[in-house]
Design a protein around this ligand. Structure first.
Ligand code: NOJ
Length: 530
């Protein structure tokens, strides 16, 4: 069955793009309140049995995503890559790595997704390429950032910048010069002062737009322009400053010129093509600059993801986000951070809070990003054996930082099989034994499962009319707001809260009591009513 993509404010026209028909001329852009599901391709579903997720596998699960009720799918990089950083080291931006399938598989994925009413967003990685990219291999140094070193013999790096994966951000090559890599040494930073780099990325954008993608998630979107003269930061521990302080290699004003160029290209295409920035600017005001009308459409709001489980931090980040006046995004988990079931306390408590957090996130104005497996309540896997770890952080930190593999463990689809339905073979990371009961198959028809909750909430969200956002006061441990007739209330406190039975309860994250016209809302529980 083909679902309608647009729910509100549709204009009358129908546009044919490939196999799909989308409404155009509407006043409401689809991404403004879309729920976008992040597929970390190598851990989602494996179609060819080699233990690594791929595009055919992901394509076979599209009906599951349509049934879940999301609006769009974001695919993490599936391009040709030596996989030094799970595909964020791209060697060919216009082709698919054999590990993940073929270009035809990518085209087929887009066509099938559209036929199911799902939009498709692909990752683009413009801050750095792979050291196996043809430019780097051909020694085209003016497209990267090469500098002589310091010290009597150039034996010291050109400045004190640190790689986000640990160690210096510079690697020395045979002739004694150094090149910059803000991430792994296999990921040389591109030189955005060179017009060839600009032209190349405009062409890459067009390549994927021509294939029908609906948008881009821009990796390290705040990184491409470096401060003039590349000054020292002055101290170590620079990773800890990410998103809170000014750094000479991030969030430089010049980066906005790039997005003005990109926006013109996106605007050339019909059908509301969009781009979302993965950016860590030091303040909400600086973040808002990325989403000015002639730049990008969205920027991830990582402050929401960083909020501790308590009413006050969530209230603060919601206030700050909405006050910025830019299109809001909400994210609880992704492939770079510990999964939120674990961040919120783990086990039953963590899952209970994650259920409430889902209701909170999906009630807020704006769009929400759901990370694969979050709808199954998957926790972070904290005890992966050392020998299976693949995150470059593990090696670059001298085996002190375990890295991000624990949130990248393959999705369990069934309760049996060598990798719980992820692959015909063994998955590239082992799944904990007790994940059988968290599998999609186990949860599919269980009315109280996390999967059923997400499905119900996403369905309910589509049918609701949302008005303007307004806080309600139910005490300091409770977050409550209305959006017109619709109300969301979350009890972050440690005691049961009582409230007069409101209108119609739409959905609750956990059981609640009802007695004599009073609702008893237990701790860590959220409720929607209208
Ligand atoms: C952010 C991506 O989300 C992360 O996975 C990657 O390692 C870095 N950017 C470098 O590309």
């Amino acid at each position: 069955m083909v679902r309608s993509v647009f729910r509100k404010g549709n204009g009358p026209g129908l546009l044919k793009v490939g196999a799909r028909s989308f409404n155009v001329g509407m006043t409401h852009e689809w991404w403004r309140d879309a729920v976008i599901y992040q597929v970390y391709v190598r851990s989602f579903a494996d179609g060819d049995g080699d233990g690594i997720g791929d595009l055919p596998g992901a394509r076979s699960r599209l009906p599951y995503l349509a049934d879940l009720g999301v609006d769009a799918v974001w695919l993490t990089p599936f391009y040709t890559s030596p996989m030094a950083d799970g595909g964020y080291d791209v060697a060919d931006y216009r082709d698919v790595d054999p590990l993940f399938g073929t270009l035809d598989d990518a085209k087929g994925f887009i066509v099938d997704a559209h036929a199911l009413g799902l939009r498709v967003i692909v990752d683009i990685v413009p801050n750095h390429s792979s050291d196996q990219h043809e430019w780097f291999r051909a020694g085209l140094r003016d497209r990267y950032i090469f500098r002589p070193g310091k010290g009597s013999d150039g034996e010291l790096p050109p400045n004190d910048w640190e790689s986000l994966f640990g160690g210096p951000a510079w690697t020395r090559v045979q002739d004694g010069n150094w090149y910059l890599h803000l991430f792994a040494r296999e990921q040389p930073d591109l030189n955005w002062e060179n017009p060839d780099v600009h032209a190349e990325f405009l062409d890459i954008l067009r390549f994927w737009l021509d294939l029908g993608v609906d948008g881009f998630r821009i990796d390290v979107a705040h990184g491409m322009v470096k401060a003039p003269g590349m000054p020292d930061v002055g101290h170590s521990g620079q990773l800890d400053l990410l998103g809170s302080a000014e750094l000479p290699y991030f969030d430089q004003d010049g980066v906005h010129e790039i997005y003005r160029e990109w926006r013109k290209v996106l605007n050339e295409y019909p059908g509301d093509r969009m781009a979302v920035a993965e950016a860590w600017p030091p303040s909400p005001e600086r973040t808002a600059l990325y989403v000015r009308p002639d730049e990008l459409h969205q920027a991830f709001n990582f402050h929401f993801l960083k909020a501790d489980w308590a009413a006050e931090p969530f209230r603060a980040v919601i206030d700050e986000t909405l006050a910025a006046g830019a299109p809001a995004t909400w994210v609880l988990s992704n492939h770079d951070v510990h999964r939120h079931v674990t961040r919120y306390g783990g086990g039953d408590l963590g899952r209970r809070r994650a259920r409430a957090a889902a209701l909170l996130m999906l009630a807020l104005p704006g769009s929400a990003y759901v990370y694969q497996g979050e709808e199954l309540g998957l926790p972070e896997v904290l005890d992966l054996p050392d020998e299976v770890l693949q995150d470059p952080r593990w090696e670059r930190s001298g085996h002190t930082v375990r890295g991000r593999d624990g949130c990248r463990v393959p999705v369990p689809w069934t309760s049996t099989g060598p990798s719980l339905g992820f692959s015909k073979g063994t998955g590239w990371l082992p799944q904990p034994e007790d994940w059988a009961k968290l599998s999609a198959a186990e949860q599919q028809d269980a009315p109280e499962s996390m999967l059923s909750l997400y499905r119900n909430v996403l369905r309910a969200r589509r049918g609701l009319e949302f008005g303007p956002f307004e806080w309600l006061d139910f005490g300091e441990d409770v977050l409550a707001f209305r959006r017109g007739e619709f109300v969301c209330i979350v009890n972050f406190g440690s005691t049961v809260m009582r409230l007069t039975e409101p209108g119609r309860v739409v959905v609750a994250s956990s059981h609640y009591g009802l007695e004599g016209g009073q609702i008893q809302l237990p701790p860590d529980t959220a409720l929607w009513w209208e």
